[in-house]
Design a protein around this ligand. Sequence first.
Ligand SMILES: Cc1cc2nc3c(=O)[nH]c(=O)nc-3n(C[C@H](O)[C@H](O)[C@H](O)COP(=O)(O)OP(=O)(O)OC[C@H]3O[C@@H](n4cnc5c(N)ncnc54)[C@H](O)[C@@H]3O)c2cc1C
Length: 432
Amino acid sequence: MTASWNRIPRVEHAAEVPLARRGRALPETPRPLLAHGLGRSYGDVCLNPGASLLHTSGLDRFIAFDPATGILRAEAGLSLDALLRFAIPRGWFPPVVPGTRCVTLGGAVANDVHGKNHHQAGSFGDHVLGLTLRRSDGQVLEVTPEERPGWFAATVGGLGLTGLIETVTLQLAPVRSAWMHAWSQRFTSLDEFWDLNTRSERDWPYTVAWIDCLNPGRDGRVGRGIYSAARHANLARHSATWREPRRSIPLDPPLSLVNRLTLRAFNHLYYRQPVHATPRAIHHQPWLFPLDAIRHWNRIYGHKGFYQYQCVLPPADAKEGVQTLLDTIAASGQGSFLAVLKTFGTRPAPGMLSFPRPGATLALDFPEKGRATERLFARLDAIVQECGGALYPAKDARMPAPMFRTGFPRWEAFADYVDPEFSSGFWRRVTA
Ligand SMILES: Cc1cc2nc3c(=O)[nH]c(=O)nc-3n(C[C@H](O)[C@H](O)[C@H](O)COP(=O)(O)OP(=O)(O)OC[C@H]3O[C@@H](n4cnc5c(N)ncnc54)[C@H](O)[C@@H]3O)c2cc1C
């Protein structure tokens, strides 16, 4: 049985093939095929039930790097973790990173991932200069935004469906060290969040807010939280050293450790943690990848797993829509300590199916509670659709097919680029 990060669904594959060398024909295993990076997606976008998975983490070689320009070419199975270890001592940093560094370049391209700097830097695909795409008919396409714009727009955010990405050429961003300058501040209502966010986004390239999704704020409604902002530190060296703590959840608890009681208490304590309104130096790892410090943290939900619900709401409806979503979640008593709110910038997304678009994105984890969770999601879906929003395929195990089609109106044009011998559980579900 194979599952992705949230452990829903668990599926059987006909074959799981580790790829070790680029430039080889696709393996003769049962069709359809699907590339699989480090499985950090939630849901079935990286799963291919009954068919074949091609594991790419062995395709992890650096191919070329120009230290003067920061242009890097590497195999698509290279992890951001390895890239960070290589690039930072040379004064470079991935231009966009998601909330974990345990993802591959191929996975970052295929989901066109976004980071806390989307409002300034756009998404991962905005920094991809080119890629090599292996198709099942034996063609190997050199794809750049200039030379093959259609293939580029289909493959960036293309959910692994246009073929196997073998290499990625990426423009890195200059940094002076592994450190950042960051500050944080409590807000007592969503109105305060919006004010703080408007004031901070121009000067701070990375911004994000944690939301207490259970306890009400000063206005009596759910929406209090902690706002954080950061930028790369302008220090060549930093006197402090940093070693990531090695914590781990060793095994599955018999029941989810996340329930109404633990959640309310945790959120209360988390909200009261010390905040630092004056910027201070912090290593990039705890700021950008806080969850990477706890190995197997996904086990806290027990063997039944959990869902992540991540939506984006367009600017006109974002304020009202986010409040309505939070009120609905609070009334249900479900939700998690991981509740993140962030605004996207206005840069048009590079991919036909890219998730980032202008507006606000809200992401929450929910323990799997059967019908109760389904009913809650149906209510949340209705709010998102009424606002003209969309759900993130990388974080989805259950969105109804019509919701995918309205949220990603270019899906039919995209379908022309899908490799006839590639597919995924997600794709079959949303196009059935
Ligand atoms: C703790 C945590 C925090 C996260 N935070 C964020 C965030 O802030 N922003 C965000 O956008 N995402 C976030 N994610 C989601 C994650 O960044 C994406 O799901 C990412 O795509 C996972 O990469 P992966 O290498 O694990 O790919 P997988 O999950 O294995 O696969 C993802 C997709 O990429 C395709 N793919 C992988 N390799 C190739 C290849 N070589 N060729 C063709 N297709 C390929 C797969 O077919 C699949 O469709 C987070 C996930 C976790 C666990």
